[in-house]
Design a protein around this ligand. Structure first.
Ligand code: ASP
Length: 273
């Protein structure tokens, strides 16, 4: 019997400004887990709260791409080896629900028009996503720190771990661009009772295969979540790129580490729950 827990982040960059918004999602996941719900349900429903909150660069609040489009990416992985991810979905305010629906399919991932067609066939909400303009200007390095993508990891009483992430992509990216969020091992990794999720400049995260390498370090070197995440950010990511990580293991609460401001929050069941 494991103690249920959850950890979530609100993106590398925005800092404490979005802490309260993030904590609402953690509370939602905690309530599901308290009532005996599973980690999959808790991670997806917390993610949906964040996708529906326009302050985050995910779902409804996704940043507008360089051609004026709003495209959403999401991914999910369970500790028992299932994966679902969707890339560049139009008119999809909750891509995490589509990604979750792929978990038990033969296909792991879908992209653009094909992803939307599949989502339509499965009855997933199709709605205009207004999005928001990125702050700053093209070429302005600070402007890249709009990173308020979201990520959630939940653990239930059976010890199952689920990681879920969602984004509109980094600021000032073209419509066909693929970031780290939907790429297994880059934006997320979960196996057995341990999971890691990343946020920040997706290109740097992808080049480092960051989530998987931090996962492997925790597992094989037996170092703490925090030390391993610090190692990953400090040694695998060039310092000019804003990046953050969250992780949750088989015991204890989750942890967040970033080389910039990153709102994160965690909850672990106590004996009074
Ligand atoms: N990592 C995301 C991407 O590159 C953006 C972010 O985390 O803010 O699409």
């Amino acid at each position: 019997m494991s103690k249920p827990a959850v950890v979530a982040h609100g993106g590398a960059g925005p800092g404490p400004m979005r802490q309260d918004n993030l904590e609402k999602a953690v509370e939602k996941a905690a309530n599901i887990l308290r009532l005996g719900g599973n980690a999959l349900e808790a991670a997806v429903e917390a993610c949906v709260i964040l996708e529906d909150d326009p302050v985050f660069n995910a779902g409804t609040g996704s940043v507008i791409r360089t051609d004026g489009s709003v495209l959403t990416d999401a991914s999910i992985q369970t500790g028992d080896g299932r994966i679902g991810f969707v890339i560049a979905m139009e008119e999809t305010p909750n891509p995490i629900r589509v990604a979750a629906d792929l978990l038990d399919e033969e296909i792991n991932g879908l992209t653009s028009a094909g992803a939307r067609l599949w989502a339509d066939q499965r009855g997933h909400l199709r709605a205009d996503v207004e999005g928001r303009l990125p702050e700053g200007q093209i070429g302005d390095l600070d402007a890249e720190i709009t990173g308020d993508t979201i990520g959630v990891i939940a653990r239930d009483s059976s010890g199952m771990i689920v990681v879920a992430t969602s984004t509109g992509g980094c600021s000032f990216r073209p419509p066909g661009r693929v970031g780290d969020v939907p790429l297994p091992g880059s934006g997320f990794w979960a196996e057995d009772g341990l999971a890691v999720a990343a946020t920040g400049i997706g290109e740097a995260i992808t080049r480092a295969l960051l989530s998987n390498r931090v996962y492997e370090r925790i597992k094989n070197k037996n170092t703490s979540l925090e030390d391993s995440m610090e190692w990953g950010i400090n040694t695998l990511i060039p310092p000019e790129h804003s990046v953050g990580l969250i992780a949750l293991g088989p015991t204890g609460p989750g942890i967040g580490v970033a080389n910039t401001d990153m709102p994160w929050a965690t909850w672990e069941a106590s004996s009074s729950d």
